[in-house]
Design a binder for this molecule. Structure first.
Ligand SMILES: [Fe+2]
Length: 307
């Protein structure tokens, strides 16, 4: 009988701890955070510029707290916005995203799309988010209205970097971009954007939704100063002392989020290297709105002068 009582107490406390962790994880998924970093990318003597990196918004119309927070980011008055995709998570999300971006759409911007802009989210076992990528692409799901979002971004003057180059002028500063469609879906067409980055530009940036090594390697080799990506959600559920359990791509877990260097290991000769910024993203799948030790984030990068 005593043994049964002990077993019952253990089961009871485990259930309470599990429920507590679930409540916490649901809270953290809504604890929107602005992360700020500096990176030396500008020519010597250039005044600092501020770039707002948004990724993985995964918006639904009901997520009003997220919309309010996004709208507040306009107060930062950045010089440039980089959106690395997965903005949508609902068929009616396009006007909601546009409304939440608000004044940010008046700022020069660039964008690529991710798999969750193209296809509706699906109910999956949350454990799958903790495991390495299983390679399934879920492209049999209904499409989301990404062409509408593309049109709204283009109307705002943002530059579409889907398998193409782009140039953005911020005041008197020239940004040369190369971008690819989502590598997680295998839609990246690297030959379309391969070649030496524009040496006449003040800053050269590569942009992709998912930080697959083949894309990072090519951008690094071609001389891009920095690469902006999202997709990983920073691991979404991280363990203290361990960090991210997965990046959901072939990037190592140590670089699941934040600012790092990327030497192009896999290529012969002088590999070159770039800064790599991986956003942990603002949202999650609507079917797994949990985060642990990995706050939902936007990043304000202050570009400073090299040397
Ligand atoms: Fe995402």
């Amino acid at each position: 009988m005593a043994l049964l009582r002990v077993a019952g107490a253990v089961v009871g406390s485990t259930a309470v701890a599990g429920a507590g962790l679930t409540v916490y994880a649901a809270w953290e998924a809504r604890a929107y955070t602005l992360r700020e970093v500096s990176v030396p990318l500008l020519p010597a003597g250039h005044a600092p510029l501020r770039v707002l990196h948004l990724s993985d918004i995964h918006m639904t119309p009901a997520q009003t707290r997220k919309q309010d927070w996004l709208r507040s980011l306009g107060d930062l008055e950045p010089d440039l916005v980089v959106s690395t995709g997965d903005s949508l998570a609902h068929p009616d999300a396009v006007p909601v995203v546009v409304g939440a971006l608000g004044s940010l759409l008046s700022v020069p911007g660039v964008f690529v799309f991710g798999s969750n802009d193209y296809y509706s989210p699906t109910l999956r076992n949350p454990i799958r988010y903790l495991l390495p990528d299983d390679g399934r692409r879920h492209i049999d799901k209904p499409q989301l209205p990404w062409p509408d979002l593309q049109m709204r971004f283009l109307e705002a003057g943002w530059v579409d970097l889907t398998n193409r180059f782009g140039t953005v002028y911020v005041g008197g500063t020239t940004f040369a971009f190369a971008g690819v469609d989502d590598p997680h879906l295998g839609r990246d067409e690297l030959p379309a954007v391969t070649g030496r980055a524009d040496d006449d530009a003040d800053v050269r940036l590569g942009v992709a939704h998912a930080p697959y090594l083949r894309v990072l390697d090519q951008f690094a080799r071609d001389g891009y100063d920095a690469i902006f990506t999202g997709h990983t959600h920073g691991g979404q559920v991280c363990l203290p002392g361990v960090g991210a359990l997965t990046t959901n791509c072939d990037l190592d877990r140590a670089r699941a989020k934040g600012l790092h260097r990327h030497p192009a290991h896999s290529l012969p000769g002088d590999p070159g290297s770039s800064w790599l910024h991986v956003s942990a993203g603002i949202g999650t799948s609507p079917y797994a709105r949990i985060r642990v030790a990995c706050r939902p984030e936007a990043t304000l990068l202050t570009l400073t002068s090299r040397g």
